[in-house]
Every structure is written in C-alpha cells, then in structure tokens.
Design a protein around this ligand. Structure first.
Ligand SMILES: *[C@@H]1O[C@H](CO)[C@@H](O)[C@H](O)[C@H]1NC(C)=O
Ligand SMILES: *[C@@H]1O[C@H](CO)[C@@H](O)[C@H](O)[C@H]1NC(C)=O
Length: 347
C-alpha cells in the first residue's frame, strides 16, 4: 500500500506585532520508516535471547511484522502494545484436534488469542507446510478456528489461512505455466475455496535458494536467484522476469487460477538464503539476497506490480535444526550480533 504524503503545510500565525511562520516540512506517517519485510521468529534453538530482547531487536530494526510458528506466551506478552503485526501458527500437531472438535478450536482461540488482547494479530496460520495424510485436517481446522474467532467477536479481524511448501509447486517457469503438483491439488482446492470465500490470502514459503540447488526450474544462473541478473532472464509473454522471487510468486498466482480460483492474494510467509552449510550458501550471497529482497518487494511482480507482503526467514540461526544449511538462515546470531550488515528500512 502506498500512502500519500500529507502535503507540506505552511502555517503563518500573526501574533501581535510579530509574524511567526511555522513550516511543517513534512508530516509523513511512521510508515516511511517501516521495514518492507517482516521477520520469521523461529525458535528451534536452545540459546536464543529472551523474547523481550527479540521484540526490541525487531523494533530497533524497524521491522513491524513478525511470524511466530506457535503462540509462544513470552513472545506474545512482549508483543502486546507494540503495534507489531503478528502472524501466528496453529501448530501442525494440534490440527487433528481442532479439525474434529469445535470446542477444542474455541478453547485454542481463547487460550492463545483472546488471552492477548493487546497483540495485533493479523494472520492465524493453520498448519505450516502440511503434507501427507494430515492435509485432510487443514480445511476443517480452518473452518472451526474461523467460527471460533467469529464467536469471540474477532471475525473479520484476523485472517485465517495456511502456509504451503514450495514442494507443492510443480511448475515455476515460465510463471504463466505455474501449476501445483497433481498430488497437492486435491488438498489445495478446498483450501483455496475457503480463502476465496473468507477473503484471506494464501501463504507460500518460497525459496529461490532451493529452486537453485534442486534445479527445480532447470539450470538457471545464481544471479537470477540473487536479484543480480543484469536483465530479463525469463520472458513470459509480455512479462520479463529478472529474478526468481517474482517468478515464483507469479507461478503461485497462475497455479491458483489454474484451479479455477480467483481473487486470492499471495503472501510470502518465508523466504531467505543460508549463510553457510551448503551449495551457494555464503554470507555474501545471504546478504545479497536478503538486502535485495528488502529493496525489491515494494515493487511487486510483473503480473502484480504492487507490494508483495513478505517475511524473511529467519531472525536467528537455529541450532536445533538439522545440520547443514538448515541451521544457517539467520539474520542474527543468538548473541544478537548480525550475521552480515543489512538494513530493513528504505529511505
Ligand atoms: C488480511 O490479509 C490481507 C492481505 O491479503 C490484508 O490486507 C488484511 O489487512 C488482512 N486483514 C487483517 C484483519 O489483518
Ligand atoms: C497431472 O496429471 C496429468 C494427467 O496424468 C498430466 O497430464 C499432467 O502433466 C500432470 N501435471 C503435473 C503438474 O504433474
């Protein structure tokens, strides 16, 4: 969203014999200093700073939206009253319960959402990258949570959605040919119909890094992944793509439309680049990807040239994840030091 600047206001006050001219050079809202991306606050680690410190780090960096994977009570307590927008996960291991019991969904909402009235909840993410047999619980759990929010007087105030894995995407390039895997279509169609009906966006975890390392879109140069290609790499009808991020986002839009669903927005609920632990994983590539991402998302994609709401994975390196790249996605070390210089606020 682009908010217009309030026009410069010249105000002259005549007071007695003196003339006082007060010029408010600009009265821009604080949005001018808001980061263009949110942060994923993953907690698969045993050495992270306390939640209060982490929320201060968000604020110090101008990051005004955060993704929590579970309703962590210390994090929610620290977020209360900050105005930071919160995307919170309904963890995969409670989906079966919430899908099969409306009272369980109501209790979950009471304990984790209603108990934190000072938190600005924006999204409830009912399941993250759910796959296999558990996919059958996603839509019923979304329905029960949605009803529970409505009964709690929070209907319409919080988007109820789910986050899909990049593995559900069969075709990334060209984006207009974007298509979900045949295996995931029967799961995703009712999810998308729910989102279409309720007006919530689809969340997608999109990693150009893995498109590159798995060659999921053929043999593309790493510069296409890092937003550093000098020109169009993929021409798709009238649209030219200079980076994989845009191609993936537009491929998801095309895949959604291919299922006959329209009007569902896409939010990138995770993206990032590892700084160590695998192919093309380096501090320099991670810095390049994430800084260019921050600089880019406000422009949108060729098919949708307006801001792509995006969350960077992750705030910290997480030492309880698998060895290798998985432990190295952090913008910060648990010490709170930056892994590399990066700024989230654009002037
Ligand atoms: C729901 O998501 C949309 C993005 O598709 C966003 O514009 C809107 O603010 C969200 N609603 C709430 C209540 O957070
Ligand atoms: C899905 O299955 C159909 C029919 O077998 C096939 O033609 C199509 O290529 C498959 N699509 C994908 C994305 O695998």
């Amino acid at each position: 969203m682009v908010r217009g600047l309030v026009p410069t206001l010249h105000m002259a006050l005549l007071l007695g014999l003196g003339v006082f001219v007060s010029i408010l050079a600009s009265t821009t809202t604080t949005t001018a200093r808001d980061a263009s991306v949110g942060g994923c606050y993953g907690m698969s680690a045993n050495n992270l700073p306390p939640a209060n410190t982490v929320i201060s780090m968000l604020r110090d960096n101008g990051i005004t939206s955060v993704r929590l994977y579970a309703p962590d009570s210390a994090a929610l307590a620290a977020l209360g009253g900050t105005g930071i927008s919160v995307m919170v996960g309904v963890p995969n291991n409670v989906l079966a319960d919430l899908a099969t019991s409306a009272p369980a969904a109501a209790a979950w909402v009471r304990t984790n959402i209603q108990a934190h009235p000072a938190v600005s909840f924006q999204y409830l993410v009912v399941g993250n990258e759910v796959a296999g047999g558990d996919t059958r619980f996603v839509v019923p759990a979304m329905e029960n949570v949605h009803s529970a929010l409505a009964a709690a007087g929070l209907g319409g105030a919080i988007n109820v959605t789910t986050a899909i894995s990049q593995a559900t995407i069969a075709v990334h390039v060209p984006p207009s040919a974007g298509e979900f895997t045949n295996e995931s279509k029967p799961f995703l169609l009712p999810v998308l119909q729910f989102l279409e009906r309720t007006g919530a966006p689809l969340l997608a975890n999109l990693y150009p890094y893995f498109v590159y390392t798995y060659k999921a879109a053929g043999d593309l140069d790493v510069s296409f992944m890092l937003f550093t290609a000098p020109g169009t790499v993929v021409q798709d009808g009238e649209y030219g793509y200079q980076n994989m991020f845009d191609a993936s986002v537009d491929a998801v839009h095309a895949a959604v439309e291919r299922l006959g669903v329209s009007g569902v927005d896409v939010v990138v609920s995770e993206t990032g680049w590892p700084s160590a632990g695998g192919e093309a994983a380096s501090v320099e590539n991670a810095r390049t990807y994430n800084q260019n991402l921050v600089n880019h998302v406000g422009k949108g994609t060729p098919r949708r040239p307006w801001k792509v709401e995006t969350y960077v994975f992750a705030m910290f390196n997480e030492n309880l994840k698998e060895n290798g790249v998985e432990q190295n996605w952090g913008l910060f070390y648990p010490s709170t030091d930056r892994v590399y210089p990066i700024t989230f606020i654009l002037n």
